[in-house]
Design a protein around this ligand. Sequence first.
Ligand code: ADP
Length: 587
Amino acid sequence: MPTDGESMDTLRDRLLRVEAELEKRNDRVKRLEKEIERLQQQIQEAQGQPAVDFSEMEEALKRLLTRVVMILAASKALFMVSDTKTGELFADTPAIGFEDADVRRLRIKDHLGISGEVFRENQPVILYDAEADDRAAEEQWSRLGIRNGLCVPLVIEKRDEETNAVIERRTFGVLWVFNKKFGNAFIAEDVQLLTRMSRNAAAIINAAETFKILVKERDEALETIESLSMGLIMVNTNQRITQMNHSALRIFGLTKEDLAGGRTYDAVIKDEKVRELLRRSLEEDADVSAEVPLTNPDNPDHSHTFQVQSATVRNEIGEAIGSATIFNDITEIKNVDKMKTAFVSTVSHELRTPLTAIKGFISTLVQDTEGFFDNNTRHEFYTIIDTECDRLRRLIDDLLNVSRIEANAALEMNLTKFNLRETLDKVIAIQSGSTYKKENHSLSWEMSPDVPTEIEADQDKIEQVFHNLIGNALKYAPGGGPVQVTGKLLPGGEMLEFAISDRGIGMSDAFLKKVGEKFARADNRDTRTIGGTGIGLFLVKAFVEGHGGRMWPHSEGEGKGSTFFFTLPLNPNADGRDGNLGSRVAG
Ligand code: ADP
């Protein structure tokens, strides 16, 4: 999905080019269809049958080849057409006296074999002995049961409408007949006969082949449009929808059947704003764009924002023949935008709170020139200032770490051995002084005996992990209750697992999936009144993963408390895991 205006524009340009190309091809296919129809009619009329469809044309070709075979007293016939892209001659159905699969396999470079010679030199060639003739080695005719043959070029001529003089002559393939009956060989008379008959055949074969190629190209272009992740609607000047891809149908909760019979957009699309855009794109003959919110038909409670862009589609001579409109889902981009705005305001708020406290206490102390406050009170003020400064420092450290991770810079790991239980005591002592710690909160830890006294890790980062998780446990359990930290050695003896649990506001299933994403904050009545930046868990996850561990949350649901688990390798240098340490951490 494009993320900025520029790539949106390029994408749109590309799409419009595909559209215009498709329209051109459609025109060419339509013209050809008419031409073929006319040809078909001529053939069919001669045979007293009405024209029906493409397979009828194949039938007509088959009859023509059968007649050629009969007249020349041959047993088999096939034609080969040049593929200018690959520089090859390839055989196509129908053919007489061959299996279809053998025909489709037949492909040679257009300068090789007798076919290549006839195509290049534009001269007929008689093949007298398929096995003995060196020129035919390339084609290996004898493998297909061929003894002898005759090959003539297939030429298409363009004539001047008034004078009927030939103004262009182009060889596009070759026509073969094989195995002259009664053991005879092909002779000069056969060459003349086949050359004459090939003129009629060439017109039909050329039309049929061009038609097939165009249909194939059109189908490929249609498939590309179908598989686009953005919605696409094409409307012609009669307001009828000529194209609506899979994504567009999904956006509007429609099926292909809803469009059957060439419905107008007014009859199919309910959204007033979209209709207005489509109307303007047709009437004003100008490119229009807008952001449109549309409800998700599968989930009516959810709305998606689409960047809708319409452009006029023109034919070869520049006349407007309709409009192409794309629908690009920008809901995610919008959400990130909103999140950024919310982040800036929460960070400002989070910075201001400790600053206000620091400023307040310092001003009070500065104004106390008379020594009104006793030593104990002053000490209490200094402690508050000290705690608030720590809080400020932690917030700034968090922000710096996020930007480091975002810049994909390596998270430096300073591995040391330190006493885990003492670290927990220290973190819990600090958290006990937190403003979120209420009277009825209890804070405790319990490590199973198999957890070693000293562990090897980055002490600062592990301290911060415990600070964030214990701090959150207190913060998101405003009603109090026990906050417990437990630890154990996992079976296998290589990993330690820790859990921090609370009896607080819990988390919904939907939010559990987002935990650890940058700026992710649950949006509910409780969290709206509790300040936060949504970067604590993002850092916890990054720090834990930086050690080669994993972090995951658990909650039975909102109001049912939460537990955060994380693992750490017991010996980070063992089994080559140090490759993980000090290395990049995915943002
Ligand atoms: P912050 O607390 O600054 O918003 P965090 O990254 O630490 O950022 O947490 C992200 C979000 O995860 C919180 O806003 C909250 O919605 C949810 N959360 C974190 N810890 C808990 C918890 N113990 N109980 C319930 N929700 C939690």
